[in-house]
Design a protein around this ligand. Structure first.
Ligand code: DC
Length: 230
């Protein structure tokens, strides 16, 4: 085992709706390590742009938002809360107007640069499970563990629909499927940080696995690299 004493990063990347969040959260909770949802950070930037009526090509205004943005995360009774400039936006960042825009916002180079720097800073000195798209390829290319999750678009849309329903967010399955396919295309074809598996990541197609099965497989992989019980 490489990492008995040093801090470690577990990078969990993959397409939208593959169960990354639930997996990362469960692992963090069970093994008492810090969890970071990097997608939520891009969602916060997107919401800030919507609040300030800033469009995708207004780079000066985007820079101004990035200079002043404050993103805080907190776990209350097992639920992750996000605060944007002091306002609880946990629900708002999952709503349609943010969903429709977030992929494009996440491809603006200055936005990525700021978020990646922030992610590296927040992870310093911690054992952390960080969930996103480019964690294993770009944010922490030296991460001790890299997991890359996939699943069919239909299965992913179904999962997100059910997740939303539980949270009281009302978006139709068809709408979500359209959004999943659109975001996949946008995320994979982008010239800025395209979504792709790191060469040394462990890839798992989760379409036919339950969350519990995925967790068991992934925890087994993690245990090959770091001591989760230390
Ligand atoms: O995981 P999510 O659906 O909450 O992510 C929202 C968007 O942010 C999605 O379009 C991908 C993008 N994202 C990214 O570009 N890099 C990350 N590390 C995390 C998310």
């Amino acid at each position: 085992m490489e990492n008995m004493c040093k801090n470690y990063v577990i990078a969990i990347d993959g397409e939208a709706g593959t169960g990354k969040s639930t997996l990362a959260k469960n692992i963090a909770k069970k093994y008492k390590i810090v969890y970071m949802d990097t997608g939520a950070m891009y969602r916060c930037v997107t919401l800030n742009m919507i609040w300030d009526n800033v469009s995708l090509d207004e780079i000066d205004k985007i820079n101004n938002i990035l200079d002043n943005i404050k993103i805080d995360m907190e776990n209350i009774d097992g639920e992750d809360k996000f605060y944007l400039n002091g306002v609880d936006v946990t629900k708002q960042i999952r709503e349609k107007q943010v969903n429709d825009l977030v992929s494009q916002v996440s491809h603006i180079p200055v936005v990525r640069e700021k978020m990646v720097n922030l992610q590296r800073k927040l992870a310093r000195g911690k054992n952390i499970v960080m969930e996103g798209r480019d964690i294993g390829t770009n944010v922490f290319p030296g991460a001790q563990v890299k997991i890359y999750l996939t699943a069919s678009a239909e299965e992913r849309a179904k999962r997100r629909y059910e997740q939303n329903k539980e949270k009281g967010i009302d978006i139709s399955y068809e709408e979500i499927l359209k959004n999943v396919i659109f975001r996949d295309e946008n995320d994979k074809s982008s010239s800025v940080a395209p979504l792709k598996k790191a060469d040394d990541a462990f890839e798992l197609d989760t379409t036919n696995y339950t969350l519990e099965e995925v967790e068991n497989i992934v925890v087994g992989k993690i245990r090959e690299k770091v001591d989760l019980d230390a």
